[in-house]
Structure formats: C-alpha cells, structure tokens
Design a protein around this ligand. Structure first.
Ligand code: NDP
Length: 341
C-alpha cells in the first residue's frame, strides 16, 4: 500500500513549466520547457496559474514586430501578458496578499507558464463572482477598454464612435461598455457572422469591411459628418480610411496593428480636419499610482452589475499555445482566447 501511495504521488508530481521562444518567428518557435522555481524576492509573489489570457501583443512580439525584449545573451523569452490563479508563495515584504488568495496579474511577457513570479504591484485580487476563466478573458482587454474610453480619450456621452475589429476580444467588451455610456457606436468586422456577434454586444451598426468600403458607409450613416472618435487597432489596412471617417476636430486613437504597421502618416495629414491623434498603451497606465486598483474596481463592478457578457469561446491547453496563436493570427476567433494550465 505504501509503495502504491508513493508511486501515485510521484505520478501526480510535475515540474513547473513554461512555453518559451528562443527567437522571433511563426508559432513553431514556441517550445515547452520545465524549470526550477526560485524563491520569490521580498516584493514578489508566486502564482500557480489556472488560466492565462492570450493577447494580440503576444503575437506582435513573437513575430518580431515589437522588439525582442531580452536583456541577456540568452534569447529565450516567455511571452504572455496576463493570467489568473492562486498564490503559492509570498516574499518577506508582501503585505497586500497571502498564500491561497485568488488573484490576476498583468505584465508584458512571462505569463505562458504554470507558475508566475511577479511583483505585488502588478497583482489584483479577484472577487468570488469572477471565475479564473472570466478573469483571464477580461483583465487586460477590459482594462484596455477602460483607459481607451476614460483616460486616453474621455467619452462625454454625446459622441459618435467607430470601433474597428468589433468582434475581437477587446472589441466585444468595448461595444458593451460604450452602450452602457449611451454611445451609438459603429463597428467593423471581417465576416457577416462576426458582424452579427458584435451587434449582439452593443454596436448599433457593424460593417463587414471585407465586403464594403467602411469609410463610405460611415459617412452615409452620419449624414456626411463623420464620427467624433475612431478607435483603430487594425493599422495598415484601416488607418487611412479611419482618418477619412473623422469629423473636423475629431480624434483618432491608434492602439494596435493586427493587419500590419501603418507607415504612411505625415503630421500634415492631421491638417485635413485639425485632427487629434494618440498612440497609447495600457502598460503606461498601469504604473500610475492607484490606477490599476481603481480601474479594476470599475471593471469588476460592471461585470457584477451584468453590464458585460464576457465571451471566451476558444480555450486551449497551455501546451497547445502554438495552435491558439495560429487561430487568432488567422482571424478565426471571436471574443477572448484563454489557456488552461
Ligand atoms: P482580437 O481578438 O481583436 O484579434 C485581432 C482582430 O483583428 C482579428 O480577429 C481580426 O478581426 C482583426 N484583423 C484585421 N485585419 C487582420 C489581419 N490582417 N490579421 C489578423 N487580424 C486582423 O485581438 P485582441 O482583442 O487581443 O486585441 C485587439 C487589438 O487591440 C490588437 O490590435 C491589440 O494589439 C490591441 N491592443 C492594444 C492595447 C494597447 O494598450 N495599445 C492593449 C490590448 C490590445 P476581423 O476578422 O473581424 O477583421
């Protein structure tokens, strides 16, 4: 009996592991590696990940569109920017958390792992009404929508808005958030099915930009006036049309480039309508003292009040990360994509 128990324990034991890449490239660069967990530094926490969110930024970095952020000669990089799980260890100066707490974290890179060691400032508690699946599906994307609508551009309530890629992870959350603010939002998406899904998530009109000239449709829908603000995360294929959809003094918030980097911009292009342009990133808001806790509280309140249905239709095992990246990159997903550890 004793032998049997020991063997059972042994068979259940598995080393911490991560999925890492040793160079930029396609999804085949993503390789599983076991590692030895180090003791956390004074200000650090070790989280046993339950779920990990995939974000398009992970794909930009994997492909080399964003710089490969590895300081040493060792090129190995663990991608992934968010996850949710249970605290397993804490450093000697950690005051906000204890072992066993349910938490989520946000930080560029390092998330595609069974165990994440991270500074306490980048971690938040998850309330009981939010499952690990939901936390991994909503944290980074929901906080992105929070800063886009409140901090990067301040929605006042009277605006007309165009939001591209409206059936994606960020897009479905944005449609519902904008609707809760009373905003009439036009969305775009790449198939008719995606357009219907976006319409069920707060958008008033959704244009299939693979079939129709979205700029022309937006101008028709706004009686030739254009919209007050465009949120463009698609980049290369949409940016020029996005400028063409703006009212005089309108604002273009460029926050991604899923179709490729837009390189044709000249400052003088803004003169066409005295336009405002911003290229923000969530990771410049997170370090602002108090921002993360405040923004997370607002996001969780919206979920508690059922103002948001969080879609995570695509769940993969962490070991199948490459397949998940391929599905997102090839535009075959809607809503958020999460990994099970
Ligand atoms: P999505 O789930 O929205 O996936 C990206 C979508 O972009 C696709 O589903 C697709 O929708 C659309 N797309 C258009 N052209 C292409 C193309 N050529 N190749 C691939 N996709 C294309 O991703 P996320 O929700 O993770 O992120 C949405 C965007 O927001 C990304 O660009 C991301 O980088 C950006 N982002 C920026 C942040 C910031 O702080 N700056 C933070 C978080 C996200 P369709 O088929 O309908 O066109």
């Amino acid at each position: 009996m004793v032998v049997c128990r020991i063997m059972m324990n042994y068979s259940n034991f598995s080393m911490p592991y991560c999925i890492q890449a040793s160079k930029p490239g396609d999804s085949s660069v993503l390789i599983k590696k076991e590692f030895v967990l180090e003791i956390p530094k004074a200000n650090e926490i070790v989280i046993k990940n339950e779920r990990i969110g995939i974000n398009f930024i992970d794909i930009y970095i994997r492909k080399g569109i964003y710089p490969w952020p590895v300081e040493s000669n060792n090129m190995n990089l663990v991608l992934g920017s968010e996850g949710a799980g249970v605290i397993e260890k804490i450093g000697s100066e950690v005051t906000k958390f204890k072992i066993g707490d349910r938490v989520a974290f946000l930080k560029t890179n390092g998330a595609y792992t069974s165990h994440r060691t991270i500074e306490q400032e980048l971690v938040v508690h998850i309330p009981d009404f939010i499952s690990f699946d939901k936390a991994a599906a909503v944290m980074l994307k929901g906080l992105t929508v929070k800063y886009l609508l409140n901090d990067s551009y301040k929605i006042k309530g009277h605006e007309t808005v165009l939001f591209h890629a409206s059936a994606g992870g960020v897009g479905l959350i944005a449609g519902q958030w904008l609707k809760s603010l009373g905003i009439k939002t036009i969305g775009t998406a790449g198939t008719d099915e995606k357009c219907s899904l976006a319409k069920q998530h707060g958008y008033e009109h959704v244009i299939n930009y693979n079939k129709e000239d979205f700029q022309k449709v937006v101008m028709d829908l706004t009686n030739g006036e254009g919209v007050d603000v465009v949120f463009d995360s698609v980049g290369q294929t949409t940016m020029s049309g996005s400028f063409g959809c703006l009212k005089k003094h309108g604002t273009l918030i460029s926050f991604g480039q899923s179709s490729g980097v837009y390189t044709d911009l000249k400052i003088s292009d803004l003169q066409a309508g005295s336009f405002f342009l911003s290229r923000p990133t969530l990771f410049h808001f997170i370090p602002i003292p108090g921002w993360l806790d405040n923004a997370t509280a607002i996001l969780f309140k919206m979920i508690k009040e059922n103002k948001m249905d969080i879609q995570y239709n695509n769940t993969y095992d962490l070991e199948n990360l490459g397949q998940a990246h391929d599905e997102i990159e090839n535009r075959r997903t809607t809503g958020s994509v999460i990994l099970k550890v």
